[in-house]
Design a protein around this ligand. Sequence first.
Ligand code: SF4
Length: 442
Amino acid sequence: MKEAVKTAPKIGMISLGCPKALVDSERILTQLRSEGYELSGQYNDADVVIVNTCGFLDSAKEESLDAIGTAMKQNGRVIVTGCMGKEPELIMNKFPDVLAVTGAHQYEQVVNAVHDAVPPLHDPFMDLVPAEGLKLTPRHYAYLKISEGCNNRCTFCIIPSLRGDLVSRPIHHVIAEAENLAKAGVKEILVISQDTSAYGVDLKYQEFGWKGKRWATKFQDMCEALGELGIWVRMHYVYPYPHVDKVIPLMNERKILPYIDIPFQHAHPEVLKLMRRPAHQEKTVERIRNWRAMCPDLTIRSSFIVGHPGETEEHFQFMMDWLEDVQLDRVGAFKYEPVSGAKSNEIELQIPQEVKEERFERFMAVQQKISAAKLQQKVGKTINVIIDEIGEDGGADARSEGDAPEIDGKVFLRDAGHLKQGDIIRATIEDADDYDLYGVPA
Ligand code: SF4
């Protein structure tokens, strides 16, 4: 048996882009590992390298082409997958010796391309894959993808043309995967999709059985079911549709985390119309106030685009005032990038780069002030945190219920050497800066 393991073909992989692409990479690796392939951390040691690309922005395409170039140089046997697979000619023109190009979610084609490049060794006695699959995230948290594609047609976005319309996973599949993750020791699940609140629309909210109960393939049922697992569950990419109101009480009861990630992208109705954003309505401010009344600890995270075509100074100022009024907890901003193929590139008023830069700086300065004031209010309080990493100095990097990994802030703890990654503890906050908190285990 040792012989077989030693000679098993090795796969190298680089995964670029968003968490959804990361989940695709995990699925591909899980499948290949179950067939006896080994994983290699180095290109020159691998029999074939898979590059999972991102094609969302032109800058992401550049990065993907660079990654393919590096893999070609260091290994030479390369399979390309992911969003850029939609434009095979772009890849083949530059790298004619690439072995295969497949698109996003074409797991089977990727795996077949690997089989063609280097056939698997068959060993029925090997059981190499844990029930939860292989994860590229640290052991204590995992992304859970509930659907592919999107039914919206935002003018700045080409994702629907890359990934197609919404295809939801049936609810019992989603819950079973979450359960396996929890059994394997995952302490925090991050629910992702392109439009989480639209989950199940394509399946007409079809019901399935799980643990003796019927569950609809629907946002609210999913939140309730995941809330029974007893671990942290965090919701990303939710739109402020009225039915979202129903899950806020679950957040207040801590069935799921009191955290909601809503990509507003703008606040002015005219710009939202130009963007063709879903669920945009004047009632949003009122809705947020109601949510906060229902769940006072709610953290609202959002992202915005500054300098979208058609955005006048007045529109921009409206968004800044809105921000001051609504006081979101966590905010990211992007300067508009004219992705090729995006409808918004056809809007007449395109914003010069220096105006975008200037608006971006002003936007971030306002948000920084809001964030600092909000975090200051936490000083002296004792809150729940999850441990991400123990440092050599006896401290630890942790996150509060209001901080998603990678995109939000951190809680830096002192005197935490006795803890371990994934522990969820109470911590007392001693200090705060613009984006992070500092404290000590309670
Ligand atoms: S909701 Fe809009 S921005 Fe998000 S994936 Fe769908 S079309 Fe793109």
